[in-house]
Ligand binder design. Structure first.
Ligand SMILES: NC(=O)c1ccc[n+]([C@@H]2O[C@H](COP(=O)([O-])OP(=O)(O)OC[C@H]3O[C@@H](n4cnc5c(N)ncnc54)[C@H](OP(=O)(O)O)[C@@H]3O)[C@@H](O)[C@H]2O)c1
Length: 299
């Protein structure tokens, strides 16, 4: 299987590269030039087509996106370009070269009012990011009739800088010892990137083998936590007195963030033969993931 991964330098893309390590895999990056990755500016349609021409993949995985709140707020046109236009260019080129396409989306396409959400549940994003992700889904579906869309919740895993995932950012905040308020209203389902990447691999394989039914698929860890609960869990694990961590009730809820966007993954779990016992659990994994970002001098 020849695989082309756009956004292979990112949090999810790096894990997807690891998951496809035994395949004929090509990964792209943009700013982060790394050995083994080719530089592609996917905002250029021609450059995307050139990457397909060179790689001639059986399957393309699109892990390009812009999900950082600062960019969304300060450069909305860029956020639109990276989430929607890039998805369109990749879908068009993938179709033209006769490859399959796996497109990554988000649980933020839901309003979080009536969980759990099935793949065919009605989408009603609350904020700009969710609207971009839904627009990207609609766009790739219109372009590539056989696209497979995988919706994921918040991801955690090995990061290159603390703010790369919300979970390492929380760990760094709680370990600073400074007063911190963390949202205690919105439930999130932190999912390990390596589990998400394995799901990408199995989905792509099933796609190639014609075993996959349906366009939209959901994947998520089972257990939900608020940011405050995650912060307490991390503080307890590293032995930080949690007195400086305050539960916030208004910083996320009522705004752009769904209160409980729990994804119903039962169809995909059955299709992939993946049991919940196979999941990495947040409580077990998060200490390893955040250890190097936590200041152990906190008292
Ligand atoms: N992380 C999460 O919690 C999460 C949760 C649900 C869904 N998702 C979705 O999963 C996908 C991947 O997210 P992520 O967290 O891995 O994002 P990320 O870490 O920010 O990585 C984004 C990737 O896009 C690449 N990129 C940026 N600008 C580009 C350009 N002009 N041309 C080509 N590539 C460009 C980046 O390359 P350089 O860094 O080399 O510039 C990087 O490889 C996104 O669609 C996101 O919405 C993420």
């Amino acid at each position: 299987m020849r695989v082309l991964i756009f956004g292979a330098s990112g949090l999810l893309g790096r894990a997807v590269m690891r998951a496809f390590a035994d395949s004929h895999v090509t990964g792209t990056s943009f700013r982060r030039q790394r050995p083994g990755l080719i530089r592609v500016d996917a905002t250029s349609r021609d450059t995307v087509w050139h990457a397909l021409e060179q790689a001639r993949p059986d399957v393309v995985v699109n892990c390009v996106g812009e999900r950082h709140a600062r960019v969304r707020a300060e450069e909305p046109a860029r956020a639109h370009e990276l989430n929607v236009s890039v998805a369109q260019f990749i879908a068009e080129a993938t179709l033209a070269y006769g490859a399959r396409l796996l497109h990554v989306s988000s649980d933020y396409v839901f309003d979080g009012i009536a969980p759990p959400y099935r793949p065919d549940s009605w989408c009603r994003p609350l904020g700009f990011y969710g609207r971009l992700k839904l627009l990207a889904e609609d766009t790739v579906r219109a372009v590539h009739p056989e696209v497979v869309i995988l919706r994921l919740p918040v991801l955690y895993g090995p990061v290159e800088y603390a703010a790369e995932s919300d979970i390492t950012a929380i760990a760094q905040e709680v370990s600073s010892g400074r007063p911190v308020e963390l949202d205690d209203a919105c439930i999130r389902y932190p999912t390990h990137v390596d589990d998400a990447a394995q799901v990408c691999r199995r989905l792509a394989t099933a796609q190639i083998q014609g075993r996959l039914v349906g366009t939209v698929h959901h994947w998520s860890a089972e257990h939900g936590f608020t940011n405050y609960q995650m912060g307490l869990l991390i503080a307890r694990h590293f032995g930080f007195p949690p007195g400086h961590i305050k539960a916030g009730l208004e910083d996320l809820a009522g705004g752009d963030h769904p209160v409980d966007p729990r994804l119903d993954c039962s169809d995909l779990r059955t299709a992939l033969g993946w049991r919940t016992e196979d999941d990495r659990t947040f409580a077990n994994e998060v200490p390893h993931v955040v250890a190097s970002w936590v200041r152990t001098t906190c008292t």
